[in-house]
Design a protein around this ligand. Structure first.
Ligand code: UDP
Length: 600
């Protein structure tokens, strides 16, 4: 069995076949609303290429005809499932029966050597169960990615190439025919990727089921048999990307309960999510195949260090996966992308966890403030931080206040982080203290006064003096501490009304200040009312603001918590908003009534 001749033969067959199918399918597949129940021919091309490459050995290598025959049946059954709506179970039953047949033919998991032991465990009949499960899982994983044809083909080609290299590195623990199967499979699948990439999408998954089945069978033949426990993980690693994508997809379904996980056919796949987030199809293919290359290199590294103790190998795998996920996340943040979901928002406003947000910068805040002063009618500005967003989700009154506010700039690193995770164009936070200065500047520019309400006695006066030092021409209409009684409240409202300030700064803490402003907004008739939390304490100099580097790094919350440990419980809002954003991210898309590409 010459691996090189096998590889070249499968490439020579698959290349022109893929080109012909591409030319034939191009028009049909790019037509919106075109027939979606046609078979995807990539699996058939792989099978034909393998049949030609394996032809000289079919009578000597007894397992090859079984794999080919099984592949043809899987393709036919999956194609039937494609044409028969809602028949995904048919494809799965077909794959399971064929896998059982293969297992009976000897392509089966027989023996496993557990870590920390020299003992082999003979699996017996359980080996057949493991084999069927593994092959079914492989084909389902590949079918998940079927709507972007290049993904299952690319992953299959890369996985087969890696399994070939593993066979070369460890000939003693792999089946003698596995290398040949792997290298021919690699050629037949990879060569189709450039053509598949040019097609917009496929509306069938027969090809993906078939390549998934072939990879499942190959990995059992190549690496699972008679091997140590960790080597058994190698196939799991090389199909890590579809595995991750499927886990992600099912996790998204879990929100709807286990029935949705089992029975939902229209789900939001990882690649659909990436497309919705504005990444191009080319980028999505690059990301998913890039991830596969990374995992294949990891698998090869593990084979390279096969002699080293098991614990080290597990640490290497865990470290590489954590690093890979981190890298994947950072890459996603850095890649340029089109508007995606951003297009769904009104200009100047986005919605974060169902709440409006105006992603303004400090410069635009000044312009907005001047506009509000010019309009001379009451406006309310709310600057929610993570705790306010989380509170508002439970407090309907606060939620309505935020909904009705005239301007909602993001305050706090948690809000910015959540917005970035959800691909909202919110890049900088508008810290309360900075906002106060901008508003005072706008008031000074328009010859209007500022009223300070809140904080302990004396704080408002001290803050006012500091603001006047910094802003030339700023006039203070009045100062009032925030520890007033219900009886005093009417007098305070009257005092503000009489003095007619342009800006009212209210420092009573969230959500009290927002509710207070809302309750008196119309009668106060102040053009700009804003809740500023503890900003007066900071401006007065009683409390220090975090060093600039911490502000830039988005760590002001950490500084405030260290300085004021009683704020510790408020930190819960940070993981909470991140968790809520992840849940939002996992939310299945609102799918159209027509079945999406790749599944029915
Ligand atoms: N405060 C007040 N009256 C009250 C309760 C609080 O004036 O009845 C003031 C308090 O002195 C502090 C501010 O409101 O200056 C709240 O600050 P905190 O840091 O808790 O608010 P955050 O910025 O976190 O919303």
């Amino acid at each position: 069995m010459s691996n090189l001749i096998g590889f070249l033969t499968s490439v020579a067959v698959a290349l022109p076949a893929a080109a012909i199918v591409y030319l034939w399918e191009r028009g049909r597949l790019s037509r919106p609303g075109g027939p979606y129940a046609r078979a995807d021919f990539s699996g058939l091309i792989v099978l034909v290429a393998l049949a030609v490459a394996w032809w000289p050995y079919l009578d000597v290598a007894t397992q090859l005809p079984a794999i080919l025959f099984g592949g043809a049946i899987v393709f036919l059954v999956a194609a039937l499932a494609d044409t028969w709506r809602r028949a995904w179970w048919l494809a799965i039953v077909g794959v399971a029966l064929i896998a059982a047949l293969l297992s009976y033919q000897g392509i089966t998991v027989q023996v496993v050597n557990l870590p920390f032991s020299q003992n082999y465990i003979f699996l017996g009949w359980f080996g057949h169960v493991v084999t069927v499960l593994w092959v079914v899982i492989c084909s389902v994983l590949f079918a998940q990615a079927a709507s972007i044809l290049a993904v299952p083909l690319g992953v299959a080609g890369l996985a087969a190439g890696t399994l070939f290299l593993i066979c070369q590195l460890q000939p003693t623990i792999t089946h003698p025919q596995a290398a040949f199967v792997a290298v021919t499979m690699c050629g037949a699948a990879l060569v189709q990727v450039p053509f598949a990439r040019m097609l917009s999408h496929a509306r069938a998954s027969a090809g993906a089921y078939t390549v998934g089945y072939l990879i499942g069978a190959l990995s059992i033949m190549g690496a699972l048999k008679n091997t140590a426990f960790l080597v058994a993980l190698l196939p799991l690693i090389v199909v890590g990307v579809p595995l991750f994508a499927a886990t992600f997809t099912y996790a998204a379904e879990l929100r709807r309960g286990w029935r949705a996980v089992v029975f939902t056919e229209r789900r939001g796949h990882l690649h659909d999510l990436l497309l919705r987030q504005g990444y191009s199809q080319r980028q999505v293919i690059g990301i998913l195949l890039g991830g596969t290359v990374y995992l294949c290199l990891l698998a090869l590294l593990l084979v390279g260090i096969i002699e080293i103790t098991f614990v080290v190998k597990i640490i290497v795998v865990a470290g590489a996966i954590v690093f890979g996920l981190l890298f994947f996340y950072i890459l996603l943040r850095l890649l340029p992308r089109s508007a995606g979901e951003r297009a769904a928002h009104e200009p100047g406003q986005v919605r974060l966890l169902g709440m409006p947000l105006n992603p303004i910068t400090l410069d635009t805040a000044l312009d907005e403030a001047e506009r509000f002063l010019e309009e001379d009618r009451p406006h309310m500005i709310v600057t929610p931080d993570a705790s306010a967003v989380v509170k508002a989700l439970q407090d309907e009154e606060l939620r309505e206040i935020i909904e009705d506010a005239d301007l909602v700039p993001p305050d706090g690193a948690g809000v910015v982080l959540a917005a970035r995770m959800l691909n909202l164009p919110v890049d900088v936070r508008c810290a309360g203290c900075d906002m106060v200065e901008q508003l005072c500047q706008a008031a000074a520019n328009r010859n209007r006064t500022v009223y300070l309400l809140g904080g302990e006695p004396g704080i408002a006066e001290e803050a006012a003096a500091k603001l006047q030092e910094r802003i030339a021409g700023l006039e203070i209409a009045g100062c009032q501490h925030g520890y007033f009684t219900a009886e005093e409240e009417a007098e305070i409202v009257e005092d503000i009304r009489r003095k007619r300030p342009g800006v009212l700064l209210v420092a009573l803490g969230i959500p009290r200040q927002e509710k207070w402003i809302k309750a008196h907004l119309e009668e106060l008739n102040v053009p700009i009312c804003i809740g500023i939390g503890g900003s007066l304490d900071v401006i007065s100099g009683r409390k220090m603001r975090a060093p600039v580097w911490m502000q830039r790094a988005g760590l002001e919350w950490l500084y405030r918590t260290i300085k004021e440990p009683h704020r510790l419980p408020r930190l819960v809002a940070l993981p909470e908003i991140i968790w809520l954003s992840i849940r939002e991210l996992l939310r299945p898309p609102d799918l159209p009534s027509e079945p999406p590409p790749g599944r029915q």
